[in-house]
Design a protein. Sequence first.
Length: 259
Amino acid sequence: MSDTPVILHIGLHRCGSTSIQKALAKARAPLEAAGWRVMLRDALMTDRTWAHLRRLHRPAAPLLDKVRLARLVRAIDREERGVVVSYENLIGTMPGTLATSFYPDLDRFSASLAMLQAKARRRIEVRLVTRPADAWWESVHMFRAIRGYQGNLADFLAPYPKPLPDPEKIAAKLAAAGVQHVAAIGLGALMETGGEGLARFLGLPVSPAITEALTPERANARMSTEALARWQALHAAGEVPADPAARDALLYRFRTGKA
């Protein structure tokens, strides 16, 4: 069993997760040379044991059943390397996607993760990236607008409880629920400190080969920065087609740079 920890970067959504994952993918080779395993979305989709991490928040399984939990604990304890996992959906459904509540599965996730930490012999540490509430909600709204939501920001926020939840308080809520080793950082501070800042935040080795490759760049999994700004302007002007087929055709052009 390795004495290095398992690092879980769990988001938050719309807080630079794509940038971090692209940086980790670039730094995979030097990290592996330094004794670290990098696990991103594809690995969690295909590794039958580590995939149980993706079930920590599932409504059908408030806590992992004994068999799955035992398998996951064995995998964590037997891994001979440090492990860094980056997948924002570990924490649950993004607000505004399937529910009008703020991370509806957060309590379930917290309880499952705290139990996993108690069972595993290796240290499991949690990392979150946050941003100010106003900017965060604007980004979540635009995420939904890209997928067809026609209303403005005020309409989008209307169903949510008031005062609006603040993403910067998630780390404190996790810790209060018994999750250990929770660290959070603001998105702006993370981007400004570059590869060394990201390495130190995640708890990874700091060396020129790693930090140079690990430098995060602003990224969006679905649109370029320029295309996203143009889509936001179209949405604000009410010019995004309401018809799903027409909207998808326009969205395809934006995503491929043909618009």
